[in-house]
Design a binder for this molecule. Structure first.
Ligand SMILES: [Fe+2]
Ligand SMILES: [Fe+2]
Length: 305
């Protein structure tokens, strides 16, 4: 159904070549709180008029914290989905099984990496930061959809991970981002490159076994999962306002909160929704699955832009 050049054996070989040990990435490392964490193209803090430069730096770091926290959170649903899919492939192609098991192992490692980051951030930031959850409940809500919907959401996430690193972090000397934060994104990106290919193979396999009406239902489910994420992001923006007030030691006025909410809703939606929906590779796969579904997702992407 989908046109691509990926196969399990090559993906497995690349995964073995780029694989890294968690200890090598985190041991003896710490965050530099004098620097921004997240590139401005994702953080969207510089245009906020009611904040000083020092306050914008705090908000940038809060956004860096939630960026990796939210990755850890979505990977809590990706991991069981991949394990379940692998179970269905037992006694099948050997390379497929090994590639899927590595995919699951890497996501388990990423969850551990992001938990370490959250602890390290909380230790150094100085004031508490709220985050949506619990991860288990959000994962259950996402997994309560068809497998096509779940893996389209995963394909969307893994492609935007690529886009964020390649376009905003790699070779970005101008913003002087924290080196450890960049290193975490780099290591994550190295393994996610294979996941995006595996997701394409998984979506292709699932969709190939479905009638056109079920494919449309899967695309509906993908859009429903997008709405779950969007409502989570809305709640996260409000938690970030509290975190920011704690960090800068002043109460924001209603007008200031409205300005920050507007800017941050836009930035969160771009980061976690639009940048996936509009990724050329995701867009291509969706168009090949269903011209109508592709059109419907395009309308949703325009509505939240
Ligand atoms: Fe990951
Ligand atoms: Fe992944």
């Amino acid at each position: 159904m989908l046109s691509h050049t990926y196969d399990y054996r090559t993906t497995l070989e690349t995964s073995q070549r780029v694989n890294w040990k968690l200890e090598d990435v985190i041991e003896g490392r710490s965050l530099d709180f004098a620097r921004p964490f997240l590139p401005e193209s994702l953080a969207g803090v510089n245009g906020i008029r009611c904040l000083t430069a020092a306050e914008k730096l705090k908000l940038n770091q809060i956004r860096g914290f939630t960026y990796l926290y939210l990755f850890g959170l979505v990977e809590e649903y990706i991991l069981p989905a991949v394990i379940e899919h692998a179970e269905g492939s037992v006694h099948g192609d050997d390379y497929e099984m090994r590639a899927l098991l590595r995919f699951a192992e890497e996501e388990a490692k990423h969850i551990q990496l992001f938990k370490w980051f959250v602890r390290e951030f909380e230790r150094g930031f100085g004031t508490p930061c709220g985050a949506i959850g619990p991860a288990k409940a959000i994962a259950a809500a996402i997994l309560n959809h068809s497998r096509l919907g779940v893996f389209l959401a995963t394909l969307h996430i893994e492609w935007f991970t690529q886009k964020h690193y390649l376009e905003s972090v790699k070779d970005n000397a101008a913003e002087r981002l924290d080196p450890l934060f960049c290193s975490l994104l780099k290591h994550h990106w190295l393994e996610e490159s294979q996941h995006a290919k595996l997701d394409t193979l998984i979506v292709d396999k699932i969709a190939s076994a479905l009638e056109p009406a079920k494919v449309e239902e899967g695309i509906d489910d993908y859009m429903d999962i997008g709405k779950i994420l969007d409502s989570g992001l809305g709640a996260q923006v409000q938690l970030d306002l509290e975190s920011l007030q704690n960090a800068i030691g002043r109460t924001l006025s209603a007008a200031e909160k409205a300005e920050i909410t507007q800017a941050q809703t836009k930035a969160y939606r771009w980061t976690f929704l639009s940048s996936g929906m509009t990724h050329p590779n995701f867009d291509k796969s969706l168009r090949e699955l269903s011209a109508r579904g592709h059109e419907r997702v395009g309308e949703l992407a325009r509505a939240i832009a």
